[in-house]
Design a protein around this ligand. Structure first.
Ligand SMILES: [Mg+2]
Length: 458
């Protein structure tokens, strides 16, 4: 087949190692070579690429639609190999293009390298910056977990599953739909540094994560004690947040004071306390079964909540380092019976000196396998309930409380989702490279809390 070379204009986008450029008719053979493979066609939501002529028609049609400016398509080129490895495009789903649907295909040789996440981020940014689009829609067949992962990594939110939503290769398949709103995308973009400092200087409370932020294992991190002192002297309240519901507040008071922080009980905020706040608000007067250490049971009871073994009306699970088979059985029975089911936090593992120990998230998976349900609500970071409780306890507005932490997907995600200013410190888990590809962007990125002190006192 003779292929004429012609290109169709869309703006070229450059990413590290990749180029998004106009599709050319000479790309047809490359596209056909991977797009007709069974493992690809299994997931395609359209029926092209059964032969080379069809792929050519696909490119021609794409070109006409691009000219009508109701559609934009790019070839994804690996710049080091100098070859085209996929396509990405967006098509108007409303009259003037306020809603666009994004679609993409990648050569299987390049799967699982994070390429499509970077491409979808770049194209989403292009659409929001340069077109009228304010909502990007996307669909995938429900089995296509890789594509669903790309959308979730790019900040798309699941809207629902359509039973037999698309006819693929003569067969009706279930599809899941996702969408990204322009305002949510804007909230995820890196913030100008000056703007970040302005927000942080206006705050009345700093909520610190502990491990990796103010201490690392048993060692206080540089500047941490001085920063806490500086904040207090300037009328700004420091508080310390923990997802760990296995230790008591007193344990943290003793630990922090042993390091020299000079804290009181009211300066510590745990996911167990936030869970108690949630129970009081949503299930006042109800009897609660608690799967947790004695510390958690005492904490919940100290709020005046009736903690019971039998005839519970609500079940709360926490990080239980005294968990046994009997407690697991009782918990699964209650969950299976359909009681409101709340978990204090989602962490899968808890870091300890020599590695990790299984945390509540791992127990939640076990309960799900037995009882067939996930928690109705998870309280701790990165979910909103712990932030809501923090505002309730401090009596402040969200703009007045800064989240400071070393983990993007818990500490910073909580602040970003809840509209609080955020500071990421690189003294713990997160490395600077991870920031580049993350949809969660803090207001400020600093090496450690010593730089925060330096910036505030400047
Ligand atoms: Mg931490």
């Amino acid at each position: 087949m003779q292929i004429e070379t012609r290109s169709y204009e869309v703006a070229e986008l450059r990413l590290d190692g990749l180029k998004l450029r106009p599709i050319e008719t000479s790309d047809a053979q490359d596209i056909y070579a991977y797009a007709c493979q069974k493992k690809v066609t299994r997931y395609l939501l359209w029926n092209e690429h059964r032969n080379l002529a069809e792929t050519m028609r696909f490119i021609e049609l794409t070109a006409q639609l691009n000219e009508s400016q109701k559609q934009m398509d790019w070839a994804i080129e690996d710049t080091s190999a100098g070859r085209m490895i996929g396509t990405v495009g967006a098509m108007a789903r409303s009259a003037s293009g306020e809603v666009m649907e994004i679609g993409y295909v990648l050569n299987p040789v390049y799967w699982n390298r994070g390429i499509m996440t970077r491409v979808v981020q770049a194209v989403s940014g292009y659409l929001f910056r340069n077109t009228l689009c304010h909502r990007i829609f996307a669909r995938a067949v429900t089995e296509n977990l890789a594509s669903i992962g790309v959308l979730e990594n790019c900040g798309f939110v699941k809207e629902g599953v359509q039973r037999k939503g698309s006819k693929v290769k003569e067969e009706w398949r279930d599809t899941v739909s996702y969408a990204l709103l322009k305002e949510d995308w804007e909230a995820m973009q890196p913030k100008p540094v000056q703007e970040g400092w302005r927000k942080i200087r206006a705050a009345k409370c700093f909520a610190f994560d502990m491990d990796g932020t103010v201490y690392l294992g048993d060692d206080v991190l540089p500047g941490a004690i001085e920063l806490v002192g500086y904040l207090r002297r300037n009328g700004v309240r420091p508080v310390f947040l923990t997802n760990n519901s296995s230790r008591s507040v007193d344990t943290y008071v003793t630990r922090l004071n042993g390091m020299g922080f000079g804290v009181a009980r009211e300066d510590i905020l745990s996911s167990g306390q936030a869970a108690a706040g949630y129970l009081l608000r949503h299930f006042p007067g109800k009897r609660v079964y608690v799967m947790g250490n004695q510390n958690l049971i005492d904490e919940i009871a100290s709020f005046g909540i009736e903690v019971v073994e039998k005839d519970a009306q609500v079940v709360l699970t926490g990080f239980d380092t005294t968990l046994n088979y009997e407690k697991l059985t009782v918990t699964c029975d209650y969950v299976r019976a359909g009681l409101p089911y709340i978990a204090t936090h989602p962490d899968l593992n808890c870091p300890v000196k020599d590695g990790f120990i299984p945390d509540l998230g791992a127990m939640t998976a076990l309960i799900e396998k037995s009882a067939g349900r996930l928690p109705d609500v998870v309280i701790g970071k990165p979910y909103g309930e712990i932030a809501r409780y923090l505002l309730e306890r401090t009596g402040l507005r969200k703009e007045e409380v800064v989240m400071v932490g070393d983990r993007l997907y818990t500490d910073i995600a909580t602040g970003v989702r809840f509209g609080m200013p955020t500071v990421l410190v690189l003294s713990g888990e997160t490395k600077r490279e991870q920031l580049e590809n993350s949809t969660i962007q803090p207001d400020l990125v600093l090496g450690g809390v010593d730089e925060l002190l330096e910036g505030l006192s400047r």
